[in-house]
Design a protein around this ligand. Sequence first.
Ligand SMILES: Cc1cc2nc3c(=O)[nH]c(=O)nc-3n(C[C@H](O)[C@H](O)[C@H](O)COP(=O)(O)OP(=O)(O)OC[C@H]3O[C@@H](n4cnc5c(N)ncnc54)[C@H](O)[C@@H]3O)c2cc1C
Length: 503
Amino acid sequence: MKKVDAELFIIGAGPAGLTAAYEFTKHNPSVIVAEKDPQYVGGISRTVNYNGYLFDIGGHRFFSKSQEVVDLWKEILPQDFITRPRLSRIYYKGKFYSYPLKAFEALKNLGLIESALCVMSYAWARAFPIREPKTFHEWVRNQFGERLFRIFFKTYTEKVWGMSCDEISADWAAQRIKGLSLTSAVKNAIANSFGVKARDKNGEVIKTLIDSFQYPRKGPGMMWEAAAEKVKARGGRILMGQEFVRMSWDADAGIWTVTVRDVKTGEERQFTARHVISTAPVRELMDSIRPSPISRLHARELKYRDFLTVALIVKDTKDFPDNWIYIHDPNVKVGRVQNFRSWSPELVPEEGMNCLGLEYFCFEGDGLWSMKDEELIELAKKEIEQVGLARAQDVVDAAVVRQPKAYPVYDDDYKKHMEMIRRDLEMHYPTLHLIGRNGMHKYNNQDHAMMTAMLTVRNILAGEKLYDVWNVNEDAQYHEELTEGEVAALKSEREVPRKVKAA
Ligand SMILES: Cc1cc2nc3c(=O)[nH]c(=O)nc-3n(C[C@H](O)[C@H](O)[C@H](O)COP(=O)(O)OP(=O)(O)OC[C@H]3O[C@@H](n4cnc5c(N)ncnc54)[C@H](O)[C@@H]3O)c2cc1C
């Protein structure tokens, strides 16, 4: 057999790439990982260090239904997990509402007049429903009334998805808010007032409502730095600041030649490998393969939503307990505020100080994304004061972090495109393996990314396809052979909004 530089070449040192390297090096040290970031491993799950202040891209809860994933977290980072209480609230027009809602608090915050108007608008909507609602707006208005739609649904949905609720299809609301009527919402809210949690049909507390979670004491990046160190200690190589640019397949020899470019010097280097694992966005990967895959045009149709965080270092004068707060208020652009001291006190190096992460959902190149850092910081200072979580004058420093391709978008056609890409790659490039979030175009959490990595490594080591990684569901659970009915019933993907179809 021809000699190669590495048995396995991995593109990306995020959770998926590092889990693959970690698992593979348990058996064979012949691994090279190329990471384009010159400083951080961890990808979207990295922890940024700004002058000793540590913060996440989003705030990453460690929670998984997969015991294998949980065990791996503990194996990589045995001493450093802390259990945190989960507290998040909704901010709307100067008031904070518990999430999930508590009836008496909501009533008190809205006031008697607004509450009465909400009931009247609900009664009106029930008496005169919009026949065959087509949009998210129409569907929610029918179910809850126009006023409650405006308070609890409209603004946050529009901020996150970058679409008007009049453009989002009613199907999503019907799936998302399935079975939830005003009566059941009120029942839940009353139960919450007495500390009783809503449960799903299997009797389990609904995932988003679980009231504690695991977190590495210095943020998720701590986990991925530990994984990288263990990979290196076993003889694996992690090349930082090296961007994958192209790869060519020699079908006769069964060998890949991968080219990476140094992000600082522009210098290119080549490595040969028998297997390649990619966690890079599918749209970028497909244009870099030689000979070109026939499905590459499908990859160009894949879309993404982007995200930026403005981290404000503030004097901690307005101590609040929440991990994060959803900002439903239409008068500010910020979508969510992370309170990093509440995630872990060790993220904040100085007493009497805090770090607040103001999160803005955007598209690469749009107004928010293209604003200068100084302008974004000014906007964030103004908005944090407006929502009453800190005074602008108490902000002593700030940093902006942009995260392109934070969310792979599920539009009407993405499934069809991914199906073509997947079949094409499996048939023509069997030693190229797609894993992880953007690597598979799956809008999922770390546990899913890790499970796809673990199963792929098992396939490579076995020399045969023992597992179909596309059968790992949103909860990181692997499902063997599925009948069509089971596939339909399996919640393998998060539900996300789609546009209303043109008539
Ligand atoms: C706002 C937000 C909040 C989240 N909250 C949670 C949470 O609470 N809990 C949770 O478990 N998950 C959460 N997630 C999801 C989690 O961040 C991802 O599931 C996870 O990081 C995916 O891992 P990955 O390795 O597949 O991809 P990524 O994290 O995207 O890592 C990919 C890596 O590949 C590198 N790369 C890309 N292209 C190239 C190239 N050409 N050459 C070299 N390197 C390249 C990137 O720089 C990156 O380091 C959240 C995500 C977001 C956006």
